[in-house]
Design a protein around this ligand. Structure first.
Ligand SMILES: *Cc1c(COP(=O)(O)O)cnc(C)c1O
Length: 355
């Protein structure tokens, strides 16, 4: 599909290199946009100036939440090349989410092309200070002006870009995590394994509660038994227990993270034993009490690897690693960010260049 390009005549002021770039607050000059009409398919692929949308208040996305989103980053290498990290994985996951949400399939080549095209146009917006990158947010919304409940017949797919800073200003910083025993996020058979706004709407009340208690993030338990570990707000969770790196298996209610998959692949390559399995919160409490819990970290595009310094479950406070970042946590962070910045050669196909 041809992508029409209309460049802005009023470019915005780019943030200076001393701007802290608070996550998701600044947007670039352009966006990618394309429409879907039943019977025609995806059409009118275009890069246009970043702009406000005009939508009917009755647009279905506002009422029933039929939408899908993705998240990945572009990085500038030391020699000025632009790299994406495993964008094909995001394309595949976008379509798994689309399928679950009755949103039409987006050809995966077109999905990756849309990202490359808009990143290329706004290449001068990619920040270069250590830890910074250009966050990429592809998403689809249902646009039929209709209050009945059914899949929409029309959609809009967009890609917007946001320069973002280092997730942790002072490098890697261990976070405190609240294990939620009241609210649940998702159940198998629901939409937990789709990347969609509804899961986040379900998460807010718990997040507010955790923040009030002084915790940065929520760790969800399964929705049926409230007993098995699922994932953190926008990250998958890993534990290193007695030398083995364990993470909950993909059970139908957690998000299959690209970073999660990358961590498992690197650990296997390094000869570190890994296990994807059902993990009960009791096992975690036990491992923390006996000292078998060596490391704990979250994985996701925004923070890449996020060391966990404390878990809290009911009245049980579980400090992990004595305020230090574990060696495997650090090695994973250094390796993945090294691959993303083109300083380390990663497995075949992980780095995709934007020309
Ligand atoms: C996006 C997301 C993740 C992390 O996925 P990555 O592909 O590693 O960025 C984990 N959990 C949820 C709920 C998410 O939305």
């Amino acid at each position: 599909m041809d992508i029409r390009i209309e460049k802005t005549t009023t470019p915005k002021q780019k943030p200076g290199s001393d701007n802290p770039l608070v996550f998701g607050t600044i947007f670039t000059d352009h966006m990618f946009e394309m429409d879907y009409t039943e019977g025609i398919g995806w059409h009118d692929a275009r890069i246009v100036p970043y702009h406000k949308l005009e939508l009917e208040p009755s647009s279905m996305v506002f009422h029933y939440g039929q939408e899908m989103f993705e998240g990945l980053k572009a990085y500038k290498t030391d020699d000025g090349r632009i790299l994406l990290f495993r964008p094909d994985k995001n394309a595949q996951r976008a379509n798994r989410s689309n399928k679950r949400l009755c949103i039409p399939y987006i050809p995966e080549g077109l999905f990756v092309e849309s990202i490359k095209a808009v990143v290329s146009v706004d290449r001068d917006w990619i920040p270069t200070k250590p830890g910074t990158s250009l966050y990429i947010r592809p998403f689809v919304i249902a646009t039929d002006p209709f209050l009945g409940v059914r899949p929409s017949h029309t959609y809009k797919y967009m890609v917007i870009l946001s320069p973002v800073g280092a997730y942790y200003e002072s490098g890697l910083d261990p976070v405190k995590i609240w294990i939620e025993d009241e609210y649940v996020r998702a159940v198998k058979g629901g939409i937990g394994e789709a990347k969609t706004g509804g899961n986040y709407a379900a998460s807010l009340a718990s997040q507010v509660k955790a923040h009030d208690e002084g915790y940065a993030q929520v760790l969800w338990l399964d929705g049926v038994h409230r007993k098995y570990i699922e994932e953190v707000g926008s990250m998958n969770i890993f534990f290193k227990i007695n030398g083995t790196v364990v993470t909950p298996e993909l059970n139908g209610s957690i998000l299959p993270g690209v970073t999660r998959d990358s961590v498992l692949e690197l650990c296997r390559e390094w000869g570190i034993p890994t296990e994807e399995k059902r993990i009960s919160v009791d096992e975690i409490v036990e491992a923390a009490r006996t000292g078998a819990m060596e490391e704990c970290f979250g994985t996701g595009t925004a923070a890449v690897i996020s060391p966990v310094g404390e878990l809290r479950y009911e009245q049980e406070l579980m400090p992990i690693g004595g305020g230090q970042i574990g060696p495997v946590t650090q090695r994973l962070y250094d390796t993945i960010t090294g691959i993303q910045l083109g300083r380390i050669e990663g497995p075949k196909g992980w780095s995709v260049e934007v020309k």
